[in-house]
Write a protein that binds this ligand. Sequence first.
Ligand code: GUN
Length: 167
Amino acid sequence: MNERITVLIEQLGLEPHPEGGFYKESYRSDNTIPMAAMQGVFSGDRAYGTSIYFLLTADNFSAFHRIKQDEIWHHYEGGTLEVHEIDPQGRYSCYKVGKHLLNGETPQRMVPAGSWFASCVAPGVDYALTGCTVSPGFDFDDFELANRNELIAQFPENKQIITELTR
Ligand code: GUN
């Protein structure tokens, strides 16, 4: 494994994420939004906001999942990350998150609440270190990992990308 990847995992204290890749929560607000203030969307109180480091390597991918809040991705180092999204109407888009602005990349990408999304490094890239910030704060109760066959049944036109990026 690339030496830098080992340094990132060890020094940032990253752990395997259920969706694939490695992560570590780097920020969780001490303040809480009461459940009653959030229009019935969330199953309990939530922190104002949270942030994680998220590392993906060439031999891995983050599988399709969705959460209940917008998620902002930030590119820190390494190569380009591809973020694959399927919105609730079934429209597929791929966003390139990275530093090559003249190639259509952006250092941030906001994935809208409720969209299915998955990610992987671009071809030829070893790794990408990113961050993911959400508000209200993250809770695994708001996290849904896609079932491959159910997602294909719902969005048959996206069968190929769903098959590639689910387990
Ligand atoms: N904390 C644990 N997992 C996640 C995740 O997938 N996204 C965000 N934003 N925070 C997390």
